[in-house]
Design a protein around this ligand. Structure first.
Ligand code: HEC
Length: 142
């Protein structure tokens, strides 16, 4: 029984990947033309290039918070909850964390950054801790 389940899961996963890879790209925007892609196009490329979206990979929670961030700070209009759900589903399906080869790199730790002439409180605190030996120094350049 377990063996059968394993085979089924492997088969379905394979199908899902195959289905995702075959999604054709829209020649104008570069978006994957999966289900509901036009809804996403209509709402999401009025202010910035589609590439702003397509180069991101994120979980459902992160796509949701990106949208909410834009509604608060970027002028994105309030979306009908059903439309928002559709948009998030499209983004998570086609630009989810799955193919993380193109994931954004994590932020560089403050200790590895060069001295910042425009010091902020956080930067000053990090520099002070570095002086006290509370933070590791970056490796010496070769
Ligand atoms: C009313 C204008 C507007 C619309 C419409 C809009 N955005 Fe944005 N978006 C912004 C602004 C402003 C920024 C931040 C400026 C920048 O990074 O260029 C941004 C940035 C982003 C980013 C980059 C965030 C980051 O961490 O760098 C993503 C991803 C994004 N938007 C996705 C979307 C999606 C998905 C939609 C469709 C639901 C959408 N945007 C619709 C204004 C908009």
């Amino acid at each position: 029984m377990r063996f059968l389940c394993l085979i089924t899961v492997t088969f379905l996963t394979g199908l899902a990947f195959a289905a995702n890879e075959k999604v054709p790209l829209d020649p104008t925007t570069g978006m994957k033309m999966g289900a509901d892609w036009e809804i996403v196009r209509n709402h999401c490329i009025a202010c910035h290039s589609p590439q702003t979206i397509l180069r991101q990979r994120a979980t459902e929670a992160n796509w949701t918070s990106t949208l909410e961030w834009m509604q608060t700070n970027g002028g994105l209009w309030k979306l009908d909850p059903a439309v928002q759900k559709t948009i998030i589903k499209y983004l998570t399906t086609h630009y989810g964390p799955g193919d993380s080869g193109t994931y954004r790199r994590p932020p560089i730790p403050a200790t590895l950054m060069p001295p910042n002439p425009y010091a902020t409180d956080a930067r000053l605190e990090a520099e002070a801790k570095k002086q006290e030996g509370l933070r590791p120094r970056p490796p010496a350049p070769r």
